[in-house]
Design a protein around this ligand. Structure first.
Ligand code: GDP
Length: 458
């Protein structure tokens, strides 16, 4: 560029104001260890949204949405897909297991889901996790059996050991190591795709010689899937740009997993392989941060955690058992009981430091209805000194001493409450206590499974 051209460029040498125009995305994120009831909050907001997006994770996550007495299960599809007037987007940050996508859709079709194929947009930059899942299942299976006793023993001793999670990690690993295959590759030259797929299979077979992969069979299936998804695939970045900068639209992002499962901010190594905090929305959809609007955190009225690892407010007693049974705290895919404990405000403050929540949705308040007394973890002490942060290291987190505040239980049924005034005063006090001690307002309170049992406070 000549000097002249540079000086005549109207933008040169002038600080450009940040562009604060366009539609803003509303984001729903888990604020604890997952299973907070995000599905219900998303469903509530999805009914008035034009576009509903997933930006990270794969079919390892799961949302349950109850509409008209029917329970829908979503793993990869945005749960807003039940809104027949909206478009649903699977963003580039998601990893897609194609057989899983169709299986899930068919299962929900039997319950009444219609025409989902016409409403689904898939980013061409999303990674495919078909092959890796095959690999993973075998790998996990062997690991699980071999290591089972050791895992149990060490878990009982409270030590930190390797994860037992099944998931989508290998796909994200391939993405990071630049050997991954994306939707755009599947839809381009299939010969080229087949070659890259074979290379990937060979790499895995070199690592795990006993692994048998039916490469031709898999490729045949992938070719069929390619044609089925072709009409749904778009350039994800341009689709979002257009949605943000076009006519006014309500755009919703449903987070999968939760803050403490985030690959960077979660209780590493017991985390998922993507960013499930707010940054993942930008990278997983390709949108500017200024277009992020309200960020809602979903919080269960107590705490649960799946699998092993530090859990400061865990209750290994009748309180934990009561929360587990009343709350039906059982893993959807594993069938394992979830560990349960009191609400931990240190965790919520930490999640808020990262996500900057606009408001919380407090779910499953009804599960606490029978408690005489409710405790809330308000701070952590380490070697007798209060700490203002959430420890990164698992051994340190094991050692923290939780300071609790005791609140009286309300001892009455809240499941039929539909407005703030219907709630017992002691339940209202519990809600206010959380708001004040975390510094985030509570916008919704959940008192049951159904859509109607979500009380809106403002
Ligand atoms: P997610 O993984 O965070 O989306 O959690 P799910 O959507 O799977 O929700 C966990 C379970 O809690 C589901 O069975 C929901 O129906 C149920 N649930 C959600 N909110 C409430 C609530 O306020 N009260 C009760 N009793 N159950 C709820």
């Amino acid at each position: 560029m000549s000097h002249k051209a540079c000086y005549t460029n109207p933008g040169a040498g002038v600080k450009r104001p940040r562009n604060d125009t366009g539609n803003k995305l509303t984001v729903v994120l888990g604020a604890q260890w997952g299973d907070e009831g995000k599905g219900k909050v998303v469903d509530l907001l999805a009914t008035e949204s034009d576009i509903i997006c997933r930006c990270q994770g794969g079919n390892n996550a799961g949302h349950t949405v109850v509409v008209d007495g029917k329970e829908y299960d979503f793993h990869l599809l945005p749960s807003g897909i039940i809104n027949s007037k909206a478009l649903s987007v699977i963003g580039n940050g998601v990893v897609i297991h194609l057989p899983g996508l169709f299986e899930e859709a068919e299962k929900n079709e039997k319950k009444g889901l219609k025409d989902w194929e016409k409403r689904l947009i898939i980013s061409d930059r999303a990674h495919i996790d078909d092959f890796k899942n095959t690999f993973l299942r075998l790998f996990d299976f062997h690991q699980a059996v071999d290591g089972l006793q050791e895992v149990q023993r060490q878990a009982q001793e409270g030590k930190n050991i390797g994860t037992t999670k099944k998931g989508i990690g290998p796909t994200y690993s391939s993405k990071a190591s630049r050997t991954g295959l994306r939707i755009c590759d599947l839809l381009a030259d299939f010969k080229d795709f087949s070659m890259r797929f074979k290379n990937l299979a060979q790499q895995y077979q070199a690592m795990f010689p006993t692994l048998e992969v039916d490469v031709d069979g898999q490729l045949k299936k992938l070719k069929e899937y390619a044609e089925r998804i072709r009409p749904m695939v778009r350039d994800g970045v341009y689709f979002m740009y257009d949605a943000i900068n076009g006519p006014p639209k309500k755009i919703l992002v449903e987070g999968a997993n939760a803050a403490l499962l985030d690959i960077d901010f979660g209780t590493y190594p017991f985390v998922t392989s993507s960013n499930c905090t707010v940054g993942g929305v930008c990278t997983g959809l390709g949108i500017p941060p200024l277009n992020i609007g309200d960020v809602y955190g979903v919080v269960k009225a107590y705490t649960t955690r799946v699998g092993i690892g530090a859990f400061p407010t865990e209750q290994l007693n009748e309180v934990g058992e009561l929360l587990q049974t009343r709350g039906h705290e059982v893993g959807v895919t594993t069938g394992r009981k979830r560990r349960c404990g009191w609400l931990d405000l240190v965790i919520l403050r930490y999640a808020n430091m990262i996500n900057g929540f606009t408001a919380f949705a407090l779910t499953k308040l009804d599960i606490l209805d029978v408690m005489d007394e409710i405790k809330v973890g308000v701070s952590y002490k380490l070697n007798g000194k209060k700490i203002p942060y959430f420890p990164a290291n698992m051994d340190v987190l094991q050692k923290v001493e939780v300071e609790y505040e005791k609140l009286p239980g309300w001892k009455s049924d809240t499941s039929t409450c539909r407005k703030w005034e219907d709630l017992p005063v002691k339940a209202q006090n519990y809600i206010r206590f959380v708001e004040i001690h975390v510094g985030v307002p509570i916008k919704w309170v959940g008192v049951g499974k159904a859509r109607e049992s979500m009380i809106q406070l403002f």
